[in-house]
Design a protein around this ligand. Structure first.
Ligand SMILES: C[S@@+](CC[C@H](N)C(=O)[O-])C[C@H]1O[C@@H](n2cnc3c(N)ncnc32)[C@H](O)[C@@H]1O
Length: 299
């Protein structure tokens, strides 16, 4: 067998196997080989948490599990994202099921959730609060917001596959009754009679088309093109979201949009041009500017 399809001798304990997988993933340049090795083995043994592996460390694997593990590790070594292999992702405060063909939520997008939560925490009384998530994907941002606040909302996407997964994830996280998912191009997914929203969030495609071929294979080959390609300057969809937001926001409502490195100044300018006040940029956990938000003033 090649290193891309490693075999695990039957006499090896799980502890020895974990060390071997960690080494293989490290050789391939995986950022957190220890964490990934544990997640793969926990998935193999259907354990709810990687810490549950502690009870199995001294045992060998059955030949069937050993073969299955070879397959999982070989998929990972060939570049398939871990989240698609184990079929789930932990995002902010929720666990979401993942499927091929739907954008995998990234840790940096948790900043968008935090900006939304901070704003929603200030709201009280008045109209019932509703959140709109444009390009909801598997529902990550909207579901995390609903789980933490109990507020309802609408998630839109052009991808029917993403929306089916978002609905399933909302139900799995017990917020299915609070949320609605609609297919369509940005705001046109909303019915003409839709009430205005207190908060609009979006993590739209914002990578320059010319940069897509240079992305790591894990992104380029697995994230759907329509989820990452932001057009010639990367900001085509960001621009539309900002320009049309005032027509869908309540007075005093917030728009918060994720963007890429180096796009901050231009995006802040778009918010100001569209009439937003208190425009702010929020960095992600790595310190890179990640989210721009602004408040729609009263007339
Ligand atoms: C970067 S992904 C973000 C997904 C999710 N919000 C997240 O953060 O994990 C962008 C999403 O926008 C959707 N999308 C792309 N173009 C769209 C459009 N014109 N209207 C609505 N959604 C769109 C894609 O299908 C994809 O699910």
């Amino acid at each position: 067998m090649t290193d891309n399809c490693p075999s695990f001798p039957p006499q090896n304990t799980l502890k020895e196997i974990l060390t071997r997988i960690e080494g293989l993933l490290a050789e391939r340049g995986t950022a957190s080989p220890d964490v990934e090795a544990r997640l793969l083995c926990a998935h193999l043994l259907s354990l709810p948490r990687p810490t549950d592996l502690l009870f199995h460390l001294q045992h060998p694997l059955t030949p069937e599990l050993s073969r299955k593990l070879s397959q999982l590790v070989s998929e990972r070594l060939s570049g398939k994202p871990l989240q698609l292999i184990v079929g789930s992702v932990d995002f902010h405060s929720v666990t979401l099921r993942m499927d091929a063909g739907v954008f995998i939520p990234r840790p940096e997008t948790e900043t968008l959730v935090e900006v939304g939560l901070k704003f929603l925490g200030f709201l009280s009384g008045g109209e019932p609060v509703k959140v709109l998530d444009l390009g909801t994907g598997c529902g990550a941002v909207l579901i995390a917001l609903a789980c933490r606040t109990g507020f309802g909302g609408v998630g839109t996407d052009i991808s029917p596959m993403a929306l089916a997964l978002a609905m399933e994830n909302a139900d799995r996280n017990q917020v299915g009754d609070l949320l609605e998912f609609r297919q369509g191009d940005l705001y046109s997914a909303l019915p003409p009679s839709a009430r205005k929203f207190s908060l609009i969030v979006s993590n739209p495609p914002y990578i320059l088309s010319s940069q897509i071929p240079t992305l790591p294979p894990e992104v380029r080959d697995y994230d759907p093109r329509e989820a990452i390609d932001g057009g010639e300057d990367g900001l085509g969809m960001v621009r539309l979201i900002i320009e049309e937001a005032p027509g869908h926001l309540l007075e005093g409502g917030m728009l918060a949009v994720e963007m890429g490195e180096g796009q901050g100044e231009e995006v802040v300018g778009m918010f100001s041009e569209a009439g937003f006040k208190a425009v702010e940029t929020e960095p992600d956990l790595t310190g890179r500017e990640r989210v721009v938000s602004g408040i729609l003033p009263g007339s």
